[in-house]
Design a protein around this ligand. Structure first.
Ligand SMILES: NC(=O)c1ccc[n+]([C@@H]2O[C@H](COP(=O)([O-])OP(=O)(O)OC[C@H]3O[C@@H](n4cnc5c(N)ncnc54)[C@H](OP(=O)(O)O)[C@@H]3O)[C@@H](O)[C@H]2O)c1
Length: 287
């Protein structure tokens, strides 16, 4: 008698609960691997799947899902959102009903992922940022309900990478992601602008960059160490009618609006990507 497998999974292929697949391992998944290696996680059962076959230090690298082995305990989606439609059919067949899927695909909603990967045990969205590579990242998490062991498994992967924000709502993950996901790029631009201003004052480029970078770093550390509100830190720097106040008068006139428009533009793009992943053309409300 022919057995019809409605989920598309292949139970006869076997399952390794300790195996971790990195389906796509470029910039962001690679940064997570770096963080895990620094934290001393055992990556001996980890496979990076990338068509180029470019080796990822510390993990076994293969070119296709077919070469990765038996269904893993966790599959981390680290490819571009636009690739979901191409990759999902083969992936859904290769994982099984015990596999937890962690998706970092920006803007791609849980419902879309569930529709495309019906065989997964649970699907959890994460939104990491690049400093996970040095274990100083921010990782937002939202997903389907997990039993305790699965939640511990997810936590064991994410906690070593930095601050983990467990979100109650999908929109909250989107909001954390819109600040933290692209945030390192925005902050890097600010550091570069500060450095350029230093160069304009006659500093050599190397010194200007170091001064700008250490200023941002020191301020972040100060805020974290003291827990003070940002206004308090500003108050500690400026004096009435002084130089900082003169500078802030210019910055404050533009910065809040500029940042808001920056985040809104990224949100609109996230909505477009989400719509593409659902297979429709028109964007939805920005996340
Ligand atoms: N970069 C960030 O700061 C950031 C932050 C939050 C979330 N994200 C999310 O992270 C994901 C990856 O972004 P990224 O910046 O790391 O992109 P990336 O550097 O371009 O990496 C994409 C990876 O996908 C792989 N890939 C392409 N086609 C594939 C296929 N058919 N099967 C399996 N793997 C395939 C690529 O393989 P090759 O290496 O062989 O080319 C590459 O390893 C995106 O969904 C993005 O939304 C990124």
């Amino acid at each position: 008698m022919e057995v019809v497998n409605l989920t598309g999974s292949s139970p006869e292929r076997g399952h390794d609960p300790d195996a971790l697949w990195l389906v796509g391992c470029g910039s962001m998944a690679g940064a997570m691997v770096q963080g895990w290696r620094t934290a001393g996680l055992d990556l001996s059962r980890t496979a990076a799947i990338r068509p180029s076959g470019t080796p990822v230090e510390g993990v076994r690298t293969v070119r296709s899902i077919g070469e990765a082995g038996v269904a893993p305990g966790v599959a981390l989606l680290g490819f571009k959102p636009q690739k979901l439609g191409d990759i999902a059919p083969e992936l859904s067949a290769a994982i099984d009903e015990r596999t937890i899927v962690l998706s970092m695909l920006a803007g791609v909603e849980l419902a879309t992922l569930r529709a495309r990967l019906p065989s997964a045990a649970a699907i959890v969205r994460i939104m990491p940022n690049l400093p996970v590579s040095i274990r100083r990242g921010v990782v937002a998490v939202f997903g389907e309900e997990l039993e305790a062991a699965s939640r511990n498994r997810v936590a064991a992967l994410l906690v070593p990478l930095g601050f983990v924000a467990w979100c109650d709502r999908e929109a909250e993950l989107g909001a954390v992601g819109s600040v933290a996901g692209a945030g390192p790029a925005y902050v890097a631009r600010f550091i570069a602008a500060l450095a350029a201003a230093g160069e304009g004052k006659g500093l050599n480029p190397q010194l200007a960059l170091t001064v700008a970078r250490e200023t941002v770093l020191g301020t972040g550390w100060l805020a974290a160490a003291t827990g003070e509100p940002m206004d308090e830190i500003v108050r500690g720097v400026k004096s009435p009618n002084g130089t900082t106040e003169a500078g802030l008068a210019v910055l404050d006139a533009e910065l809040p609006d500029l940042v808001e428009r920056t985040i809104a533009a990224a949100g609109r793009r996230a909505a477009e990507l989400a719509a593409e992943a659902r297979g429709i053309d028109s964007p939805v409300t920005p996340l």
